[in-house]
Design a binder for this molecule. Structure first.
Ligand code: CMP
Length: 143
């Protein structure tokens, strides 16, 4: 076990459903600390850049359209095994396959609109945190 940081996004459907507090509460109850946060409306260019790894996938255009359809809430989370812990809290990408009690099982309508994003590995977490918060946008927890 080691202390990690990971990138989390509450997507436009999660913000629209007023779930920011509910989702933050789940993070905090699981021992994850929020060390950076911002709300923004992604431009088409930002959404395409963030999801560049999916550029060739058939769902890419719809994904960009969905992610730019309204504001998102973006946060960096910190804690023991934060990457895996956040993915456990979110549940499977497809809400139909997500475990009971996870965010996606409880709130998501479909695999396309699945409420939250979370980094999948240490290298992507680092890249994704830098994408939104630069090199010095994460706040050290001193107490
Ligand atoms: P996310 O974890 O943010 O990573 C890529 C996103 O693409 C995913 O969540 C979904 O919002 C979206 N998506 C749409 N269709 C699919 C699909 N068939 N497989 C995986 N992701 C999909």
């Amino acid at each position: 076990m080691s202390v990690e940081q990971t990138l989390s996004i509450i997507k436009p459907d999660g913000v629209q459903k007023n779930l920011i507090g509910e989702i933050y509460s789940r993070f905090e109850k699981a021992g994850l600390e929020i060390v950076a946060a911002r709300m923004l409306r992604l431009s088409k260019q930002q959404a395409e850049g963030f999801y560049a790894v999916h550029a060739e996938r058939p769902f890419f255009k719809d994904l960009v359209s969905y992610m730019t359809s309204g504001p998102v809430m973006v946060q960096a989370l910190q804690g023991e095994d934060a990457i895996a812990k956040n993915r456990q809290i979110m549940g499977a990408t497809n809400p139909a396959e997500a475990d009971k009690g996870t965010i996606r099982a409880d709130f998501a309508d479909s695999i396309e609109e699945n409420i939250v994003h979370g980094s999948d590995a240490a290298d992507t977490a680092q890249q994704e945190i830098a994408f939104f918060f630069g090199d010095d946008g994460v706040c050290e927890r001193t107490r």
